[in-house]
Design a binder for this molecule. Structure first.
Ligand SMILES: Nc1nc2c(ncn2[C@@H]2O[C@H](COP(=O)(O)OP(=O)(O)OP(=O)(O)O)[C@@H](O)[C@H]2O)c(=O)[nH]1
Ligand SMILES: [Mg+2]
Length: 191
C-alpha cells in the first residue's frame, strides 16, 4: 500500500538532484509509453504527475517520495522525434548522468507500449542498465489496447526482440488498473 506520496522536486541538471539517501525506483521508457500514468496508478492518485496526450511532456527528472521512505523518479521519455535535436541530446545526457551517478537506484521500471516493437533506443536502455548493473523490470503497458490472443503473440515477439530479457514482462494498464497491484507490490518489495 502507498499511504502517502508527495512531490519533492523537478530537476533540470545534476546539481538539482536531491540527496541520494533513500532507495529509488525509476520509471523510464519511450515518450508516451505511459510512465507518468503508471506512477499515478501505482500511487492511486489521478493527477499527481501530469499526463498529456502530447508526447514529450515530461522534460525534467521528477522526484516523488512514497511512504516517506522511497523515491519514485519519473524520467523524461526518449524517442520523441518532434522534439528539437538539442533538447533530445540534453535529455539523453541528463538521463545518462542520472543513471550513472545514483548509487541508490533499486530498479528501473522500463515501460514499453505493448503494441510497439522495441527499437534501437529501447534496446540501448536495457543494455545501458545492464552495463551499469542496474536491475531492470520490464513492463508492457497499455495492455487494454489488445485482445488476449494479440497480447500473447505480442509478448512473444517482444521477448524475441529483447534477448536479454530473462523473465516474462509484466502486463499493465494505467487505464483499467490491470497489473498495477502486482507492479506496486514488486516495487515496494524492492525498496
Ligand atoms: N489506453 C491506455 N492509455 C494509456 C495508458 N497509459 C497511458 N496512457 C495514455 O498515453 C498517453 C501518454 O501517457 P503519459 O503517462 O503521459 O506517458 P509518458 O511516458 O509519461 O510520456 P512522456 O512524459 O512524454 O515521456 C496519455 O494520453 C495517457 O492517458 C494505458 O495503460 N492504456
Ligand atoms: Mg511523462
Amino acid at each position: 500500500m502507498i499511504t502517502k506520496i508527495e512531490f519533492i522536486k523537478s530537476a533540470y541538471s545534476v546539481s538539482e538532484f536531491p540527496p541520494a539517501r533513500l532507495p529509488e525506483i525509476v520509471f523510464a521508457g519511450r515518450s508516451n509509453a505511459g510512465k507518468s500514468s503508471i506512477i499515478n496508478a501505482v500511487s492511486s492518485r489521478h493527477s499527481l504527475v501530469k499526463v498529456s496526450s502530447m508526447p514529450g511532456f515530461t522534460q525534467t527528472i521528477n522526484f516523488f517520495l512514497a511512504n516517506e521512505r522511497i523515491f519514485f523518479v519519473d524520467l523524461p521519455g526518449y524517442g520523441f522525434a518532434k522534439a528539437p535535436k538539442e533538447i533530445q541530446v540534453k535529455w539523453k545526457t541528463l538521463i545518462e548522468q542520472y543513471l550513472k551517478s545514483r548509487r541508490n537506484i533499486k530498479t528501473v521500471v522500463c515501460i514499453f507500449d505493448i503494441r510497439r516493437m522495441p527499437d534501437q533506443m529501447d534496446i540501448q536502455l536495457l543494455d545501458y542498465l545492464s552495463a551499469l548493473r542496474i536491475n531492470a523490470l520490464v513492463v508492457l503497458n497499455k495492455a487494454d489496447k489488445l485482445s488476449q490472443p494479440k497480447r500473447t503473440a505480442q509478448i512473444k515477439t517482444i521477448m524475441r526482440a529483447l534477448p536479454s530479457l530473462t523473465e516474462t514482462p509484466l502486463l499493465t494498464s494505467a487505464r483499467t488498473g490491470e497489473g498495477i497491484d502486482t507492479l506496486r507490490r514488486r516495487i515496494l518489495d524492492l525498496g
